[in-house]
Structures are given as structure tokens and as C-alpha cells.
Design a protein around this ligand. Structure first.
Ligand code: UDP
Length: 229
């Protein structure tokens, strides 16, 4: 299969039938690639976690790119034209939100949606809907629709993870166009979500790696164990 794109942690291959095969490699990165490591087994683990979340969204009628598992560390997806925006939903303050606004980690937020421009050279700046529309990334109406989709995804993921002892603090999704429909694309995993132990508040996600707090796969395996039970 022809490699279409090699991202920081995933590779995308063209599939003969017009779909794509997305492979999770064992790379882990943080700080816009400033920190990088390979952790054996990470790709397989993420593929399993991502499969559960996308099957959940599909079963709730959310339009997504996810088709099915392809191999231990890869899945088949519809080919989409990705909108270069990172769509972040926050239930609790963490990460860049705390830094930007001087807010204490853990403050409960009404779910809020933020857009960031996906541009490594500009370090993914926060972008408001007016500017995103002005620069032509999507129409204002499409951005409103994306916001609704993100909040719906949040409700589904929040309720599901809470039932498995996990607090979903925040997450990022990407969306794209396929046959004039907006689909949820990319991945949903501990690399792109903040999962907190509902009892202790301990991170079970990439913050373990960002803050060099031990083996992130211990947290990732715990997420998989909980959402599989
Ligand atoms: N996120 C992501 N990719 C990015 C930036 C953020 O998946 O390039 C996720 C991150 O894991 C968290 C949420 O989006 O779950 C919000 O991230 P934040 O804006 O707080 O930035 P960070 O602290 O990751 O720099």
C-alpha cells in the first residue's frame, strides 16, 4: 500500500477500495515533537482503545471515519479531507487552558469547545470561529455544526468513561469532509484525551509522558482494562 502521510505517531496508507489504512506506530511525542520516544507495544494498545471509542460513537449514530480494525496496530477508515483545526472540548481545566488563563487545574467547566489551528510552524495557535471562517478553513455554519458534533461526542464519551471509573477532563478531535458530510476523524485515545482516575484524580493519559511521571503505558493499559470491562 502506498504511504500517503507519515505523521508524528501514525502513518496513513492508501487502500485500493478508496479507503485508508491508519497505523498506530510505537512513537510518542509531546511539546510539538520536542520530546520523542518509541515505546514498544504502544501502537497495538492505542489501536484497541481507539477501536472501542469509535465503535461507541458509531453505535450512537455519530458520523465518523472509522470502519473497522485492520490489524493489531491499524484500522480501516473512510478517506476524508481533514479540516486543519484541532477541536478541543474541556470539562475540567487542564494543560494549555490553565496556562493561558491562569486557572487552577481541575476547575469544573461547562463543556466548552475551543478551536486550534493545526500548524506546527505556528505552534497550533488558538483560533476563534470568525478568523477560521475568514481564512476559509470552513464556513461559519460548518464551524457551528462542528461545535455541536464535538459537544455530542463529549456527552457520549463522558458518560461512557464515567461508568468505567474515569473522568474525561478534556479531549481533542479532528473532523473532515467525506461526500459533503462532516465526519469525526483521526483518533480517540489517551494520546488525545485527558483521562483522570475518578477516585484519585491520577492521570491515565499522555500527561504521564509530558510530565515524565513514569511509564505512560501503565496508564494506557489501565484505561483499556477499565473500558473493556
Ligand atoms: N491535544 C492533542 N493534540 C494536540 C494538542 C492537544 O491531542 O496537538 C489534546 C490533549 O491531549 C488534551 C486536549 O487536547 O487532551 C487539550 O490540550 P491542551 O490545549 O490543554 O494542550 P496541551 O496541554 O496538550 O499542550
Amino acid at each position: 500500500m502506498e504511504l500517503i502521510r507519515r505523521g508524528k505517531v501514525k502513518s496513513v496508507y492508501d487502500n485500493a477500495d478508496g479507503s485508508v489504512i491508519i497505523q498506530f506506530r510505537d512513537d510518542i511525542t509531546a511539546g510539538n515533537g520536542a520530546k520523542h520516544d518509541i515505546i514498544e507495544g504502544k501502537g497495538i494498545l492505542l489501536n484497541e482503545i481507539n477501536e472501542i471509542f469509535f465503535n461507541l460513537l458509531n453505535s450512537h449514530g455519530v458520523a465518523t471515519h472509522y470502519v473497522k480494525k485492520f490489524s493489531a496496530n491499524a484500522f480501516k477508515a473512510k478517506k476524508v479531507q481533514i479540516i486543519p483545526l484541532e477541536v478541543v472540548v474541556r470539562n475540567y481545566a487542564a494543560g494549555s487552558f490553565c496556562k493561558r488563563y491562569g486557572i487552577e487545574k481541575g476547575k469544573k467547566l461547562e463543556p466548552i469547545v475551543e478551536f486550534f489551528l493545526k500548524d506546527d510552524a505556528l505552534e497550533d495557535p488558538l483560533i476563534c470561529k470568525n478568523v477560521a471562517a475568514l481564512l476559509g478553513y470552513a464556513t461559519f455554519a460548518q464551524l457551528d455544526r462542528i461545535e455541536q458534533i464535538a459537544l455530542n461526542v463529549n456527552q457520549i464519551l463522558f458518560d461512557f468513561t464515567r461508568n468505567h471509573g474515569i473522568l474525561l477532563a478534556d479531549f481533542k478531535i479532528e473532523v473532515g469532509f467525506c461526500d459533503n458530510t462532516i465526519l469525526v476523524a483521526d483518533e480517540i485515545s489517551p494520546d488525545t484525551c485527558r483521562f483522570w482516575d475518578a477516585e484519585t484524580g491520577a492521570s491515565l493519559d499522555k500527561d504521564i509522558y509530558r510530565h515524565s511521571e513514569g511509564d505512560p503505558l501503565i496508564g494506557y493499559r489501565e484505561v483499556l482494562r477499565r473500558i473493556s470491562s
